[in-house]
Write a protein that binds this ligand. Sequence first.
Ligand SMILES: Cc1cc2nc3c(=O)[nH]c(=O)nc-3n(C[C@H](O)[C@H](O)[C@H](O)COP(=O)(O)OP(=O)(O)OC[C@H]3O[C@@H](n4cnc5c(N)ncnc54)[C@H](O)[C@@H]3O)c2cc1C
Ligand code: SF4
Length: 520
Amino acid sequence: MTTSYDVIVIGSGAGGGTLVHRLAGSGKRVLLLERGDWLPREPENWDTAEVFVDGRYISPDTWYDDHGHPFQPQVHYFVGGATKLYGAALYRLRAEDFGELRHHDGVSPAWPISYGDLEPWYTQAEALYQVHGARGEDPTEPPASGDYPFPAVAHEPRIQQLADDLAAAGHHPFHAPCGVQLDEADPPYSTCVRCGRCDGFPCPLHAKSDADVLAVRPALTQPTVTLRTGARVVRLETDAAGRTVTGVVVETGDGTETLVADIVVVACGAANSAKLLLASASDAHPDGLANGSGQVGRNYMFHNSQAVLALSREPNPTVFQKTLGLNDFYLTGGGEGDDDYPLGNIQMVGKSQAEMYRGEKPMETRLAPTFALEDIAEHAVDFWLSTEDLPRPDNRVTLTAGGDVQLAYTPTNGTPARELYHKLRSMLGHLGMHPDHLVPRHAYLKTDIPVAAVAHQAGTCRFGTDPASSVLDVDCRAHEVDNLYVVDTSFFPSIGAVNPALTAMANALRVGDHLVERMG
Ligand SMILES: Cc1cc2nc3c(=O)[nH]c(=O)nc-3n(C[C@H](O)[C@H](O)[C@H](O)COP(=O)(O)OP(=O)(O)OC[C@H]3O[C@@H](n4cnc5c(N)ncnc54)[C@H](O)[C@@H]3O)c2cc1C
Ligand code: SF4
């Protein structure tokens, strides 16, 4: 069996899986190491209680907060990584997100590349992940070199009414970009059946545009690409000078082995990539591999997000709800005049279901006696509000004495997050909703542990031009190690306020092209 490769990629999610897809056609020998297994296709994929309440697909990992308290992070170790469970809302960052943006709590830093630099790969990522959308509806939309590869997913009647009401009130609702393989023109041949269990659930039909189905599996049709599941990388070794990774130490069910490649790419997800680098400290890299700047693990971000439930006056029988977005407060809306600052993105989230709600009591205190639980489920309209979380050096991943992830995190931009909530709440009366009811997720969902909600984790190995303040260079290569790259959401210097996966995918394609050129 070959133990020497041209490239080893560690982690098969949005970053790693997409990169391997790009490398697959190069003829180079590529090994993809994934600690998890294939996500089983089973009836429980669509079982709300199993998935949402019992956390069937959440890893049994234990992480620790900054006080040393253990918690179970909502991470998913499967081929395809978090994309197996994601909502497949595949947004581009706004062009402004690549520059400095002044926020309520400080400045969101500029990226070392512009939106225009990344744009060609956004278009390629939208093609690879079969994004459905409509250009020209969202005033904050950045310029695009190509149309969406597929038409937008149509709103169901209640959401179309919401779009009409928003437009009538002078807003600019748009069709949200969705990664579902839905063919509304030819339903009998559509892979996606437009069900109500997409956001947060795996898709047993393989109709969701995840990194397993659309990147890893196609890549594996090439004889030069190998996947090993159940292969957890625990350490990277270097030569004595620390300039070259010389060994990838992997734990499998059969024990520990060391693999070798010309190029090593880390894509374990933002927290786990930092963990791997920190765990790979050596004499040449005493504070962790590639951590001469002290930046590895720092600037952890995860969006200041709120899921909120509004109550429609009319029943809301929508099945697939995640078709509408609103960016009217993305760049502006907070403060006044010259002190104006961004609030964030509003989008729909998968429709909540009765099984997800807590028992009667907490709901009663928020909504009853006016509404019974069944009424709530029938009339719920669920929104997802995201405010940009700013990078703070003290929001960071470190390792406990036992080598586990320790996550110190203080949220940023709480004021604009609250203002965004109140903006939406103030609009409800015009949107056919009960004006006094906009219930935050923690009041109605059975599961809610703020620090454990790591779905949108990013930062920890930011890229930049200055080795003193960044971990990676502009090609996502470690400043200090010639053959080491990081391509998951770790590289983000800022996170914006739209969902991060498409940006990780586009960047992975960009880095993939760089690697193909480098290897010749
Ligand atoms: C419920 C949910 C809903 C979401 N909805 C959206 C959405 O609608 N839109 C959006 O843009 N984003 C969404 N996200 C976020 C999105 O899925 C992530 O931003 C994206 O998958 C991150 O990609 P990544 O490559 O950084 O990490 P991941 O996709 O998590 O991949 C990391 C991979 O590395 C593997 N790994 C970790 N450690 C090791 C190791 N030591 N050795 C080997 N393998 C390892 C993991 O098993 C995993 O497969 C959602 C996430 C969740 C959980
Ligand atoms: S909506 Fe489509 S892609 Fe999503 S889970 Fe249902 S069938 Fe799968």
